[in-house]
Design a protein around this ligand. Sequence first.
Ligand code: XBP
Ligand code: MG
Length: 251
Amino acid sequence: MALQALIFDVDGTLADTERDGHRVAFNLAFREFGLNWDWNVELYGKLLAVTGGKERIRFFVEYFLKDYDMPADFDAMVAEMHKTKTRHYTEMLSGGLIPVRPGVKRLLEEARQSGLRLAIATTTTPDNVTALLKYSLAEDAADWFEVIAAGDIVPAKKPAPDIYFWAMEKMNLGPADCLAFEDSENGLKSSLGAGLKTLITINDYTADHDFEGALAVLSDLGEPGNACQVFSGDMRGRSYVDIPLLRQWHE
Ligand code: XBP
Ligand code: MG
């Protein structure tokens, strides 16, 4: 069956949002709530084991703040703190803080020109996705994606496959019709669990993850004249990822 759709993860895949985006926004929210919690770059790498911001805060308190006296309304407090974090994060994006990764805009434009359908499958909050698309990609970029599957629409976040199943169901497509793009082990588990062939572009936080089962593991998508580094997989003689290569991988 011919390739019909590309499904993209957001954080770490479309843009390097974690270290200088989400992490900073979490810390600003903690400060606003009068807490002295500070997630440094190294600690945040450990916390990324858990996807989802609210889930990540709870994980932090449970495993790194053993003496914390949890208030009775802790879940409500986490929800409020997370809303504050989303406000800070989207404000940061609106200042054009975080660019998309190499090759992302080009590949999306090529996909649109070739009639491929596009979707997003992410654990991040929907507002974060629309802000990133608008401020880092293009004013109308949210319209490029037929389906934006994000945040709490499925209760089980990645590494569960549910978010990919949700996106494919909305598009009325099966895993054999699509390719997935991910940057992390949790993301890959999710996409492989949904039966999708998956391309990995790594970043600083995910470079040492286990990517067994991926189509290829690359530094980024690459650009004409700016080759990507290849850690595994067969680029079929190419120096960057384009639609003909994706079609060959999909066969
Ligand atoms: C992304 C995440 C998200 C963001 C924070 O994972 O884990 O939790 O770090 O977003 P993936 P929220 O790239 O696998 O989708 O705070 O909005 O949850
Ligand atoms: Mg990711």
